[in-house]
Design a protein. Structure first.
Length: 494
């Protein structure tokens, strides 16, 4: 099995990265690049002409008495996010070469990628939860060991928030496990069986509605923490700011996808169970997160912190898309949910470009403040261009990947929530305003001579950032590369 071979190779690479002392950055970069290439090859081989369902289905029984098995399956949703995680980890590890990190850093980075891979291919709730937890530990260590000022506090806050979310996730899984075993006299942790809406309605919702609300609350809480969404976002600014830039790239591009994946892999299949009241609550929460985080970002002078809030604001579209999908039917539902999944992919790639280029600017100039940086186009024209491209993609410029996702969600939303959509537009206007102001202040205008003579990015950095931008551009011009198979997946789930 191709996908299992890649997973096993990742295990080997993670172990090797901890063991090899010499040239640890070069080896880790090559390892992550190989995983990216293999993931792309797998996607081309398996998802050309995709007709829905799960590819590479495989199951190895471990304990049949309680339904434990190592079950693998890759849907279009999983494939899109496997590609995203592979790209982000390669970019993060590559740009980390600007600093002297030891072999443990790269071992932890590849362990994080291993956890993401395991999460995205698992179809048994036990392994889903194990990999969900396994991702938390290396990220906590990366922040607490390699972070900057306030790293211990930031790492602890990240760990506490995500661990509380994990507890609620576990309780929801155990609720499904218990009711399924009682109803069918067979215990299973198979996700396809437990996420059967007809089973939940018949054996949980109708006889004991409290437990339906309980398990939905647990799932929503856990996934909203990871995105993150208001009011479960307090870990975000400290974690992003204190973490080293390569880890911030992972937080924005890869860790945030976990919440979105939970929305569309766990909650979407049981959409008939989710009432209209809950759907409206999720929409309102998404709109509030979009506007609130945009307003907070507008008043930041630290560009890294500003983009952390901008990242959270973009994730508000995902909550909106799920809520709209639940409240609507047919084409509108497909448009909303497909746009939400595409938003996860686009957001991760765009944040990878923004944080990578900002990292090079910070490493070269010694500043990431928009009060200090000015006229960077004069000294760093190429890296400044990449930062500009990332900022424009982040605000939803037509022709780039972010526009496709946001347009799909906005168009679908208008059909369901009517004039309430003006709050979404308001959030988008605020987002555009502080993005443009940041570019005007930091890249244009007279150069701040106090920064001294700056060196532009290296040829390798320019090549890697070009690769990332080309992906964002292609997905903006030809979104069907992923959008078509995502739409097929969504139609198969609804």
């Amino acid at each position: 099995m191709f996908i299992i071979a890649i997973f096993l190779l990742l295990i080997l690479f993670a172990i090797l990265s901890f063991a090899i002392k010499e040239s640890s950055w070069k080896i880790a970069t090559l390892e992550s690049l190989l995983i990216l290439i293999l993931t792309m090859v797998y996607g081309i081989l398996r998802f050309t002409g995709y007709n829905g369902g799960f590819m590479s289905s495989y199951s190895y029984a471990i304990d049949t008495s309680i339904g434990i098995s190592f079950t693998v399956g890759v849907s279009a949703l999983s494939m899109a996010l496997l590609f995203l995680s592979a790209v982000i980890m390669f970019i993060a590890i590559f740009v980390s070469g600007r600093e002297k990190f030891d072999r443990s850093f790269y071992g932890l980075m590849l362990t994080t990628e291993l956890g993401l891979y395991g999460l995205l291919i698992s179809r048994n709730f036990l392994f889903f939860y194990v990999f969900w937890e396994a991702i938390i530990i290396p990220v906590f260590m990366l922040i607490s060991i390699y972070g900057g000022a306030g790293k211990e506090k930031a790492a602890l806050k990240f760990f506490v928030y995500t661990q509380i979310g994990s507890v609620f996730l576990l309780l929801s899984i155990l609720t499904l496990f218990s009711f399924y075993g009682t109803a069918n006299h067979v215990f299973t942790l198979n996700m396809s069986k437990l996420l059967d809406s007809s089973f939940i309605i018949k054996y949980i919702s109708e006889p004991q509605p409290f437990w339906t609300d309980f398990l939905l609350f647990g799932f929503f809480f856990s996934f909203l923490v990871k995105m993150p969404s208001f009011p479960l976002h307090s870990w975000l600014p400290d974690a992003y700011t204190s973490a080293p830039y390569p880890v911030s790239i992972v937080l924005a591009g890869a860790i945030s996808l976990m919440g979105g994946y939970g929305f569309f892999a766990v909650l979407l299949p049981i959409a008939p169970v989710i009432g209209s009241g809950i759907a409206w609550a999720i929409i309102i929460l998404g709109i509030f997160s979009l506007v609130y985080f945009a307003l907070v970002a507008m008043f930041q002078t630290d560009m890294k912190r500003m983009m952390a809030y901008a990242s959270a604001a973009s994730m508000g579209f995902i909550s909106i898309s799920l809520g709209i999908g639940i409240l609507s039917t047919g084409y509108i539902a497909y448009l909303a949910v497909s746009g939400g999944i595409f938003q996860i992919l686009a957001h991760g790639l765009i944040m990878g470009l923004v944080f990578s280029s900002l990292y090079i600017i910070k490493n070269t100039s010694g500043s990431q403040s928009n009060l200090t940086l000015s006229g960077l186009f004069r000294e760093m024209p190429i890296i400044s261009t990449f930062f500009l491209a990332g900022i424009m993609a982040s605000l939803g410029l037509p022709g780039l990947a972010g526009f496709i996702a946001e347009a799909s969600i906005v168009l679908a939303s208008y059909q369901v929530i009517g004039y309430i959509i003006f709050f979404i537009i308001f959030g988008m206007i605020i987002t555009a305003s502080y993005h443009v102001w940041t570019v005007q202040k930091s890249l244009n205008g007279p150069y701040n001579e106090n920064l001294g003579k700056l060196k532009d990015g290296t040829m390798m950095e320019i090549a890697v950032l070009s690769f990332l931008f080309i992906i964002i551009l292609i997905l903006g011009i030809y979104p069907s590369l992923f959008y078509h198979m995502i739409l097929v997946y969504v139609k198969g789930v609804f």
